[in-house]
Design a protein around this ligand. Sequence first.
Ligand SMILES: Nc1ncnc2c1ncn2[C@@H]1O[C@H](COP(=O)(O)OP(=O)(O)OC[C@H]2O[C@@H]([n+]3cccc(C(=O)O)c3)[C@H](O)[C@@H]2O)[C@@H](O)[C@H]1O
Ligand SMILES: Nc1ncnc2c1ncn2[C@@H]1O[C@H](COP(=O)(O)OP(=O)(O)OP(=O)(O)O)[C@@H](O)[C@H]1O
Ligand SMILES: NC(=O)CC[C@H](N)C(=O)O
Length: 552
Amino acid sequence: MTDSLAIAICQTGQQVGDLAANAEAMRAARARAGDADLIIFPELQLIGYPPEDLVMKPALIARAEAELQRLAALTATPGPAMLVGSVRMEHGQLFNVIALLDQGRVAAVTAKHELPNYGTFDEKRWFSPGPLPTPIAFRGLKLGVAICEDIWFPGVCAHLAAAGADIILSPHGSPYEIGKDDRRVREVAARRVGETGLPLMFVNRIGGQDELVFDGASFVMNGDGTLAHQLPAFAEALVVTRWTRGEAGWRCTPGERAPLDPYPADVYQAMVVALRDYVNANRFPGVVLGLSGGIDSALSAAVAVDALGAERVWCVMLPSRFTSAESLEDAAECARLLGVRLDTVGIMPAVTAFEEMLAPLFAGRGPDLTEENLQSRVRGVTLMALSNKHGHMLLTTGNKSEMSVGYATIYGDMAGGYSVLKDAYKTTVFALSRWRNANRPALALGPAGPVMPERVITKPPSAELRDNQKDADSLPEYDVLDQVLHALVEEELSVAEVAARGFDPAMVARIERLLHVAEYKRRQAPPGVKLGTRNFGRDRRYPITHGFRSER
Ligand SMILES: Nc1ncnc2c1ncn2[C@@H]1O[C@H](COP(=O)(O)OP(=O)(O)OC[C@H]2O[C@@H]([n+]3cccc(C(=O)O)c3)[C@H](O)[C@@H]2O)[C@@H](O)[C@H]1O
Ligand SMILES: Nc1ncnc2c1ncn2[C@@H]1O[C@H](COP(=O)(O)OP(=O)(O)OP(=O)(O)O)[C@@H](O)[C@H]1O
Ligand SMILES: NC(=O)CC[C@H](N)C(=O)O
């Protein structure tokens, strides 16, 4: 009977749908796993998580089986056995599985039992639940494989423990959310370890996938609840963990415990990684964005530079007759600090041309929002033309506060392929800007030191679509607005419940109405990384057309 074992954790990215690339990366990781007996990868490593409706293609399922068999053949050669996540069709049902590849064959397969079907997850749409899993025999141990959601409830781990498992191994596809790294350790792993007395290995993927970003932050917790390993967040890692059998069962020899960044450093990194992977995986040479001298575009530009490098970020100032000298200076200073190219394209010739073209049809009607939106749309058309001509993807810069209340022009400043601040409330935008001006994250390709002048953070936000316009003219101050929005969106409270926290009921009712009315805009908005518990996208799926108002 074995008394020691080495298990390599491969915390890595995935390319959804590129099975050959994922298999090749696993081969390379296995070759680097030293003397490990076993190497473990994140959930669905072969096809990528979340695969969405790709798994409804029989051709993908067939390819997954073929790649799995090829990887299995590899394990006839010297090196560790492999625990690989894939999909398997059995009797017309599709399962989310982990396969043990050992000695040249698929030695065992176990399926996910708990299928998450809330928030951004739709697994019941794709998979059938596997039976309660039984441990897999390996080199004299019983490996308890609990796939992701399987450890978020007590049942699977309790069953594995009762069936004699020695260790719980849990491959994850666990997307980043603010504060989630701590919840995984304290509220999930610590509870399962406490209930079973078994050590637990949590192996998560990294990298961006459309609206999700995965932070990794894999770890090993021993049966006494102590952390033996903590892998870093948002970085590749291949760590060989050492295990010995003692009187109290299997124990992992403590190793490195990487520090995890607190808020808002973690949020900033999530944005950088998500944008980097979106732009690179979709093969854009770079991004273009309108730099207004305001905080939203300044922060979006900083994230882009940190993600892609200054040479891949193109900023354009698009002044109108309402653009202040201060905005021109601030945009120029942002560009200088970031080291990016800044061009200036005045929009007045096009705005005037539209006004003249439309004058006969606008006769008898004074200026209103129409003219304001026209400026925003001329900017959108101009930036999209630059995107078409040069191939750069256009970034939109709207934040969650604005997108909540519809404070953006559809087909205007909402034009673009990806939104950096989509799930960041304006107060988070302020916090991130202050933080980045004082810190440079390790993964950043941008400069150390400030990335925007202090005045961009301190001046009152304005869309500059008419004279002396300020956001606060039509919206409550952002610290109030964001508390109300958080209560309405993240907490799903009614107007009365929000007002009971000390806010004007009429103001809260107006914000709720704006929130509902703007649903059509959000449905047409570009994707952007999820940061909180209820993003506009997969988490919060409201109808566009409905008559519910909580105050009535
Ligand atoms: N349910 C629905 N389904 C489909 N379409 C719907 C619709 N409701 C209205 N519409 C259509 O939507 C259009 C109205 O929307 P839109 O043209 O966007 O215009 P609208 O929402 O009326 O105005 C834009 C708002 O955003 C503010 N803004 C603009 C630009 C930048 C900033 C900033 O500070 O960042 C703020 C601006 O001050 C104003 O309050 C109309 O064509 C209307 O027919
Ligand atoms: N003068 C401008 N030059 C270049 N881009 C602009 C200009 N004005 C607006 N934009 C683009 O439209 C977006 C929305 O701008 P607007 O000023 O209306 O709202 P905002 O939410 O206050 O954004 P910001 O804080 O970046 O100014 C900006 O972030 C920017 O990308
Ligand atoms: N892939 C999964 O099963 C993920 C669900 C899990 N609760 C998480 O967010 O980490």
